[in-house]
Design a protein around this ligand. Sequence first.
Ligand code: IMP
Ligand code: MG
Length: 180
Amino acid sequence: MLEQDIKRILYTNEQIVAEAKRLGQQLTADYEAKTPLLVGVLKGAVPFMAELIKHIDTHVELDFMVVSSYHGGVSSSGEVKIIKDVDTTIEGRHVIFVEDIIDTGRTLKYLRDMFEYRKAASIKIVTLIDKPEARVIDIQADYVGCQVPNEFLVGFGLDYDEKYRNLPYIGVLKEDVYNK
Ligand code: IMP
Ligand code: MG
């Protein structure tokens, strides 16, 4: 049903799970005995974070933020708004931001600056998808699942107008879906 709106599948569920496993194993090695705080950026990070934490074999804590930068369209508005903040005190914590995608880099730059101000002990970024060509701010993720070309993607958390987040894979939407 939903697959009829997809032009091309870029990453299958099996490929995504394999990347999550690889990143989870790296985080296990890098954060042993540090009890990092994983901060998921809602809503897009939910499927990736759920998969990733299954592969982390050391203690972690979870928290979430709601941030908005896209407003229903397919290109970034440039504006970042905090809609829901974390509940955890950040001072002294090893923070790992979990993102579905880094596009322009504005969202993560804003969040990283804010958590530096809050005196996190360390701040790292893990993202399922990196779109380096779309970057307007110089920020790199420390742990990257897949690098993709500058195309608008949906699935595994990524949305078009809040839809398609539930696809188990990542794909490119057909153009006629935008024009409906
Ligand atoms: P940035 O601040 O431009 O890096 O954008 C980050 C946010 O933009 C992500 O968390 C997504 O919600 C959204 N975004 C960027 N590229 C895409 C895409 O290809 N498909 C769906 N959402 C996207
Ligand atoms: Mg979005």
